[in-house]
Write a protein that binds this ligand. Structure first.
Ligand code: TTJ
Length: 656
């Protein structure tokens, strides 16, 4: 640094006045109870730090002054966020006598963003801000490029270690924040690139035109992505449908706004955007946001959309005579196969519900309902082919739902009359208390035979499956109810499916899928898991579903036989069997399938609770899992390949 620059350094006086002490107490509170400010100190809290910082740059983008943000993970899991906004103000604030920059990083902002009225909308759940991140960082540095100068300031655990000073000249503008999360505060400090990348992609979709780069600079993990969607949420919808087949070519897009008390100090503005496209599948995917905050529990914006969609489609169907006199399609019928993104922005968003993830402002329901009613009606008038495709689909859904209801009722009647008639193939256990029982769902009749002979029939039931299993990803509900491969599973478990699923009726609390350790086995396992995921999700959520882990190798020396579950163990056991005799002959064979094992071997290696390994199937992230199933089970090859490459570890785990 040149002397000249040094001379122009802006040094800030550090007399510790009253406000300063309050500041430290404020940030001390954050360090005492970090969970109160960032939700948790687990992996999710760690990632939340990044979102808190990025939110500030996004606000600057919303205000129209920033169009590029870079988020990087560096060696040691240090995070850098850079934007090309106006830069955080560096002038002295009259109230505190401190530079605004310092205030931003040291004073707890209870919700509202700094900058006093600078922004009309701000993140609802977020907005606790940069000071919280600062308090929870071992160290943090900020550099502001503004009006020709670079202003720098440094902190450690929320305390100033270097007051604001000018450290150089610049010809650009923007803000750079670098921080290292404090290992004393977090259970884990490793960042997951994919988690940040996914979230940033969402931000890029929600802010059309904004360019976001994510970069991993950690040794051995180098990668980068750039997200830039001129089409905004339209492209979000295409992305959701990327592994599906749309039934109409264009994404339908509608938007509108409403301003209350314009020009007065009580001015409140709301905007809403909706984009959707139907695919030929049967799932409903509605992803909604309020002020760029994901609202997985839905709320008024979703309600407004759903109401309007049902009304418009019924009116249009009547008018075009696709629906006959008394015909009506239900809301669910209208949403079968829809991929939809709703994004609203409003002053004072009210977040409600269990996880504060549901939008409560009823004026938004009116706004979205109005926009969709007017614009969708107009769109369908101008695009009758799209209207017909959607109405035909809703009618099909209506008929299938009717058929499914009848099938369900007939099952219900049968079980009500004769008690539950168990499937012929089921070899049930003696115990009736579901907490003590388990069922092995076994691939193939011969493995089923071995399992039946090898089991402990006091508490272990066996259900063999054979033949080609239905892929529920490609089937509608009515096909599932009548399917001859799935019906025995439904009946044996006893808890029903879909909306009728009742966990309290479940007959076994351990449901163990036992399939060969080969490609076919993995296929049948994935098909069953997809079925459980789509139609009996609470089973997975409660951790009742497991995969058996059969051995891969059998090793014999003389009269001694042992098994190995992977290649490393095989080598280890082979060495043990040879003992001090390196020339001893150890016979190693690979199990071709479960059917090859005799009942005793199967019990010893795979079924005996004292010795077996079970893998519990977990779905801690239902959204990711849903994508996983769609991508892995869907028909398109490209996304599947990309998914497996990106999530190799996850996919393998799940597949197990
Ligand atoms: C506030 O109003 C006057 C002009 O500058 C506005 C502002 O603060 N812009 C701004 C803040 N852009 N970027 C930020 C920012 C960026 C990061 C990475 C972190 C933080 C805390 C703020």
């Amino acid at each position: 640094m040149s002397d000249e620059l040094n001379n122009s350094t802006t040094q800030v006086d550090h007399e510790y006045g009253g406000s300063e002490i309050q500041v430290l107490e404020g940030l001390e509170a954050v360090r005492k109870r970090p969970g109160m400010y960032i939700g948790s100190t687990s992996e999710s809290g760690l990632h939340h730090l990044v979102y808190e910082i990025v939110d500030n740059s996004i606000d600057e983008a919303l205000a129209g002054y920033c169009d590029e943000i870079t988020v990087s993970i560096g060696e040691g899991d240090i995070i850098t966020v850079v934007d090309n906004g106006r830069g955080i103000p560096v002038d002295i604030q009259p109230q505190t006598g401190l530079p605004a920059l310092e205030v931003v990083f040291t004073i707890l902002h209870a919700g509202g963003k700094f900058g006093g009225g600078g922004y009309k909308v701000s993140g609802g759940l977020h907005g606790v801000g940069a000071s919280v991140v600062n308090a929870l960082s071992e160290w943090l540095e900020v550099r502001v490029h503004k009006e020709g100068k670079i202003y720098e300031m440094k902190f450690s655990r929320g305390k100033v270690t270097q007051p604001m000073q000018v450290v150089g000249d610049t010809d650009r503008h923007g803000t750079e924040v670098v921080f290292k999360p404090d290992p004393e505060m977090f259970e884990v400090t490793q960042y997951n690139y994919e988690t940040l990348h996914t979230r940033m992609r969402e931000e890029a979709f929600l802010n059309a035109g904004l360019r976001i780069h994510t970069v991993d600079n950690r040794p051995g993990k180098e990668q980068r992505d750039t997200m830039h969607y001129a089409g905004g949420i339209r492209e979000f919808v295409s992305y959701i449908n990327r592994s599906k087949d749309p039934i109409h070519p264009d994404v339908v897009y509608m938007s509108g706004a409403r301003i209350e008390n314009e020009g007065t100090e009580h001015e409140r503005s709301m905007t809403a955007e909706v984009a959707f496209q139907y695919n030929d599948g049967y799932n409903e995917t509605i992803v909604s946001f309020a002020n760029n905050v994901h609202t997985p529990e839905g709320g008024m914006h979703e309600e407004g959309f759903k109401r309007a969609l049902t009304t418009v489609l019924n009116n249009y169907g009547k008018k075009m005579k696709i629906l006959k006199d008394e015909d009506k399609v239900s809301g669910e019928d209208c949403r079968e196969g829809i991929a939809c993104v709703i994004s609203v922005k409003l002053t004072d968003a009210q977040f409600e519900g269990q996880t504060k993830a549901k939008l409560g402002n009823s004026e938004i329901r009116t706004l979205v309902n109005g926009i969709v009613t007017d614009k969708l009606t107009e769109y369908l008038e101008e695009n009758p082919a799209v209207g017909k495709a959607i109405l035909d689909k809703a009618l099909m859904a209506n008929r299938a739902r009717e058929a499914a209801r009848k099938a369900r009722e007939s099952i219900r009647r049968k079980t009500a009359l004769g008690g539950a008639a168990m499937p012929d193939k089921l070899r049930d256990c003696n115990e009736v208390n579901p907490e003590l029982t388990e069922i092995y769902i076994v691939e193939g009749d011969s493995a089923g035979g071995s399992a039946t002979q090898g089991r402990d029939s006091r508490f272990q039931a066996i259900l063999p499956l054979w033949g080609k299993m239905l892929n529920v990803e490609k089937a509608r509900a009515d096909k599932v109810y009548g399917n001859d491969k799935l019906t025995p599973v439904i009946t044996a478990l006893g808890a029903g499916i879909g909306d009728d699923f009742d966990l309290s009726k479940l007959r076994y609390h351990k449901i163990i899928i036992m399939a060969d350790a080969d490609v076919d086995g993995s296929h049948i396992r994935t098909l069953l898991l997809t079925f459980f995921f789509r139609f009996m999700r609470p089973l997975i959520e409660h951790g009742y579903v497991y995969a058996a882990v059969p051995p891969l190798y059998k090793l014999t020396r003389g009269k001694t036989t042992r098994v190995a579950f992977d290649d490393i163990e095989r080598e280890k056991i082979a060495a043990e069997l040879r003992g001090d005799n390196p020339n001893a002959k150890v016979d190693i064979s690979r199990y071709k399938g479960l059917g090859e094992m005799n009942p005793h071997e199967l019990w010893e290696t795979t079924m005996d609770p004292e010795k077996r390994t079970l893998k519990r199937i977990e779905l801690d992230d239902a959204v990711l899992a849903d994508q996983t199933f769609t991508v892995l089970m869907g028909e398109k090859v490209e996304p599947r390949k990309e998914f497996i490459e990106r999530n190799a570890k996850y996919a393998v785990n799940l597949d197990y």
